[in-house]
Design a binder for this molecule. Structure first.
Ligand code: DON
Length: 563
C-alpha cells in the first residue's frame, strides 16, 4: 500500500486543491474526476482511487471510510446513511443503509412509567440503532465497484494506525464535546489525551479503530456484523442497558431503493426516497416553486423568501404527517406528494402578502441535531455519487465501543417520542415513525443529483438535520434559477423554515434589514443564526465537458479535489 499518512498531505500540493481561504468564488475545475468532502484528506483518498481507475462508487467507499477516521464528528462505521448513484449509463439507484431498531425495540421504549424521557431517546445506550454503514458501502461496492475492497479501506487503516494531524476545526470540536465523551472511558481514551483536549497539530492515533477497519477489510461486512466487532458491540450494549444483540447485528441488511424523481425547469431531479423525507420534501418544494419566476422576483427579495418559506412550510407539514420507513408504512401517498397537481393545489393556498400559520395541534418533529456529513463524487465516465451519512448528533451517542475504537450513533432519537405524544414542546407521537423492531427511523438526509437532457448536471447534499432540505434546495435554486456557479451557489447565505417552530432562520447578515422588515410585515417571525448547513456540490458542464466543485467554507477542513 503506497498511501502513507504523510503522503496524503504531501501529494496535496501536486493536485488542484484550492485553499478554502483563497478560492474566491471560483469553483475548482477539473476534467477527469472530482471529490468534494468535509475533510481534505478524505477528498484526497477518493481522488487517488479515481486515479487508479476506480469508479465513483469505489471513491465514495474509500472516502467514507477515510472520513470515519479523520472526521469522527459524523464520518462513521457506527452509523448509517444513504448513497445515491446516477451511473453514466442505466438507471439511478439508491442504497439505504439507515440504522434499524433492534428486535427488542418498542414504540414506548423512550417512556418511563408513561412519561417521556428525552435522555433515553437521544442520549443513552437505548438511543443506538443497528449500524448500517459498513453493509451499505459493501453492497454498493459489490454492485458498482472495480478496485479490490481491501484497497478502499487501506488509506483509512493507515490514517487510523499511524495517526493524522488534528486540525483547528477538529480540535475545537473535540474540546467542545469532551465533557460528554468523558462519561465513557473508551470514548475519553479514543478522543483525548488522558482527558486533555487534542490541539491543532497533534497526531491523533486510533489503534483500536485500525484493527476494526482491518477486520472489515479482510472479511467484508462479516468483519463488523459478526465475530470480534459484533461481540464487542453486544458486550457494551448488554453491560450498559442497550438493546442491540449479536443477532440484531447479524440480521442487518441494507436496502436497494428506487430514487424519487421530479422535474424542475427542465432538470431531472433524483433524490433519496423514504426512509428519508429529504427527496420527497425537496421535490415537493421545487414543484411548488416551478410556477413562479424566482429570478424575476429577485434573489433574496422579500417576495422570493416568502414564497420559498411558504413552500417549505407545506412540505414539512406533509413530511410530519405522512412519512416513515416504507417497509412499515405501505400506504404512504408518495405519488400524490410528488405530483405537480398536488403542488399546484398547495401553491394556490399561498398568499403573496401574508404568512400562513403553522398549527402545532396536529404534528411536530422529534429533536434532530445537526451533525452529519455529505460528499459528492464524479468520475471520468460521469458516474455520480451523492452520499450523506451520519451518527445523528455530533459524535452520535458519544459511546466508543471499548476495544473496537469507533463511535456508535444515537439515531433512535429520529423515531418519534412515543404513541400519541404530540405536543407543542416539539414532541411528536404520530404512527408512521414510531419505533418498532427492525424499523428504520425517518431521516431528512437528501443526497441529490440533477440531470439535464440526459447528461449529469449537478451533485449536491448537506448536513444539518431538517435544515438539510433547505440547504440542498438553495444550492439547486442558486444554480438553476439564479445562474450562479457552484461555488457561488454554495457560498450564498441560506435560510430555513420547517413548519414548526414557525420561524424563518437565516444566516446572520444573509437578509437585509429592509427585507427582514418586509417579511415581518407579512407576519413572519425571523431569527438569525450563525451557519446553516455544510454543502458539498459538483456541477457538470456538458458543452465544456468540465466539472466544477465547491467545498463549503462554513466548514474549513472541507475540500474539493480534482484530477
Ligand atoms: O437522518 C437525519 O435526518 C438526522 N439524523 C441527521 C442528523 C443530521 O443531519 C445532523 N447533521 N448535520
Amino acid at each position: 500500500m503506497r498511501l502513507r499518512v504523510p503522503a496524503v498531505f504531501a501529494t496535496l500540493s501536486l493536485l488542484a486543491v484550492p485553499s478554502p481561504a483563497l478560492a474566491g468564488a471560483h469553483p475548482l475545475r477539473a476534467k477527469n474526476g472530482m471529490v468534494v468532502s468535509q475533510h481534505f484528506a478524505a477528498s484526497q483518498v477518493g481522488i487517488e482511487v479515481l486515479w487508479e481507475g476506480g469508479t465513483a462508487v469505489d471513491a465514495a467507499v474509500a472516502t467514507a471510510f477515510a472520513l470515519a477516521v479523520v472526521h469522527p464528528t459524523a464520518g462513521n462505521i457506527g452509523g448509517g446513511g444513504f448513497l445515491l448513484l446516477r451511473p453514466a449509463k442505466g438507471e439511478p439507484i439508491a442504497y439505504d443503509f439507515r440504522e434499524t431498531a433492534p428486535a427488542a425495540a418498542a414504540p414506548t421504549m423512550f417512556l418511563n412509567e408513561g412519561r417521556y424521557d428525552a435522555a433515553k431517546h437521544h442520549d443513552s445506550h437505548l438511543a443506538v440503532g443497528v449500524p448500517g454503514t459498513v453493509a451499505g458501502l459493501h453492497l454498493a461496492w459489490k454492485q458498482h465497484g472495480k478496485l479490490p475492497w481491501q484497497r478502499l479501506l487501506e488509506p483509512a487503516i493507515q490514517m487510523a494506525e499511524q495517526g493524522f494531524l488534528v486540525t483547528e476545526e477538529l480540535s475545537r470540536s473535540l474540546a467542545g464535546v469532551l465533557p460528554q465523551l468523558a462519561k465513557y472511558p473508551a470514548s475519553k481514551a479514543a478522543y483525548s489525551r488522558d482527558g486533555k483536549p487534542y490541539e491543532a497539530g497533534d497526531l491523533l492515533v486510533q489503534k483500536d479503530l485500525a484493527r476494526t477497519l482491518r477486520r472489515i477489510a479482510e472479511r467484508g461486512p462479516a468483519g463488523f456484523y459478526q465475530g470480534e466487532t459484533a461481540r464487542l458491540i453486544a458486550k457494551e450494549m448488554a453491560a450498559r442497558g442497550g438493546l442491540i444483540t449479536e443477532k440484531d447485528l447479524a440480521a442487518y441488511s441494507p436496502q436497494v431503493r428506487v430514487p424519487v424523481r421530479g422535474q424542475y425547469r427542465g432538470h431531472d431531479v433524483i433524490s433519496m426516497p423514504p426512509p428519508s423525507s429529504g427527496g420527497v420534501a425537496l421535490i415537493q418544494v421545487l414543484n411548488i416553486l416551478e410556477g413562479d419566476d424566482l429570478e424575476a422576483m429577485g434573489f433574496r427579495s422579500a417576495a422570493s423568501v416568502h414564497l420559498i418559506t411558504e413552500a417549505l412550510r407545506r412540505a414539512f407539514a406533509d413530511r410530519a404527517q405522512h412519512l416513515g420507513d416504507p417497509d412499515h408504512n405501505p400506504e404512504m401517498p408518495l405519488a400524490r406528494l410528488l405530483s405537480k397537481d398536488y403542488a399546484r393545489l398547495l401553491r394556490q393556498t399561498i398568499r403573496a402578502d401574508r404568512a400562513a400559520v403553522s398549527s402545532p395541534e396536529t404534528f411536530e418533529w422529534p429533536v434532530e441535531s445537526d451533525e452529519t456529513t455529505h460528499f459528492s463524487v464524479v468520475d471520468a465516465e460521469r458516474n455520480a455519487v451523492a452520499l450523506t451519512y451520519t451518527l445523528e448528533a455530533g459524535y452520535g451517542s458519544k459511546i466508543v465501543v471499548p476495544g473496537a475504537g469507533f463511535l456508535l450513533n444515537n439515531e433512535m432519537g429520529d423515531f418519534n417520542a412515543g404513541p400519541g405524544l404530540t405536543d407543542d414542546t416539539g414532541l411528536i407521537g404520530t404512527a408512521p415513525n414510531l419505533a418498532a423492531p427492525g424499523k428504520r427511523m425517518l431521516s431528512s438526509m437528501a443526497p441529490t443529483i440533477l440531470a439535464k437532457d440526459g447528461a449529469l448536471r449537478m451533485v449536491t447534499g448537506s448536513l444539518g438535520g431538517r435544515t438539510i432540505i433547505s440547504t440542498v434546495l438553495h444550492t439547486i435554486l442558486n444554480v438553476v434559477d439564479y445562474g450562479m456557479n457552484v461555488q457561488e451557489a454554495v457560498d450564498a447565505a441560506r435560510f430555513h423554515h420547517q413548519w414548526l417552530p414557525d420561524v424563518i432562520r437565516y444566516e446572520r447578515h444573509g437578509l437585509s434589514p429592509d427585507t427582514l422588515a418586509l417579511l415581518a410585515d407579512r407576519g413572519h417571525r425571523l431569527e438569525p443564526l450563525g451557519l446553516l448547513g455544510v454543502a458539498a456540490a459538483i456541477t457538470y458542464d456538458k458543452e465544456k465537458d468540465r466539472l466544477e466543485g465547491a467545498a463549503d467554507r462554513r466548514s474549513p477542513d472541507s475540500a474539493a479535489v480534482g484530477r
